[in-house]
Design a protein around this ligand. Structure first.
Ligand code: FE2
Ligand code: FE2
Length: 205
């Protein structure tokens, strides 16, 4: 197994971590119950949520830098880029799975709830907010690892990679879904490490 398929798990160290981890496990339970093994659909719906925290965090770090008249230490760019990267995951998986009407409703409701929830959480504790995303990303790595196993054992057809994915990750012209999942999973592992690190840095202030 590669490093990205065995996520480093941040062991919850205190109440802030335990809240972030508990919430992640709860949401994972509902996601598993609803999507089961429909990984294409799971990816589409959950990537619409995954693209939110970076934009919220980026905007709030931007305002913090303006308000406190101090450097953002490069955080704004990192977070906005994360949001853009997650949106590209969404654009990619839309070529693989078209959401049902119920999934479109979930996307609408989830965005309304999650944007506001994450915004308030970030204001209250940016440390917990980044930890939460770190844990979400741990789960994302696991889910894409399961998706990959399903492609490898023939459960899901290893269709040609969508054009948008080939262009974005500069994949080979004959790249397949398998290559796309590997690229996306590597992105998620990167987000996981970055968000856990940002949370650690806030805690160390
Ligand atoms: Fe993603
Ligand atoms: Fe992610």
């Amino acid at each position: 197994m590669t490093a990205t398929s065995t996520p480093e798990h941040h062991v919850p160290a205190d109440l802030s971590d335990r809240i972030a981890y508990g919430l992640t496990r709860l949401l994972r339970f509902f996601a598993d119950a609803f999507f089961a093994r429909r990984y294409g659909h799971r990816a589409v719906v959950l990537e619409t949520v995954a693209a939110v925290p970076g934009m919220v965090g980026g905007a709030l770090q931007h305002l913090r830098s303006l308000r406190r008249l101090e450097s953002d230490r490069g955080w704004i760019h990192i977070l906005i880029e994360e949001a853009e990267n997650e949106r590209m995951h969404l654009m990619t998986f839309l070529e693989i799975a078209r959401p049902s009407w119920i999934e479109r409703v979930i996307v609408l409701v989830a965005q309304g709830v999650f944007w506001n929830f994450y915004f308030v959480l970030y204001l209250l504790s940016s440390r917990t907010a980044h930890r939460l995303v770190g844990y979400f990303e741990e789960e994302a790595v696991l889910s894409y690892t399961e998706y990959l196993a399903g492609v490898d054992d023939g459960t899901y057809r290893n269709v040609p990679a969508p054009r948008i994915a080939i262009d974005y990750w500069k994949l080979a012209p004959d790249a397949t879904l398998r290559d796309v999942i590997l690229a996306v999973r590597a992105d998620e592992a990167g987000h996981r490490d970055v968000n856990h690190r940002l949370s650690d840095e806030i805690a160390a202030r």
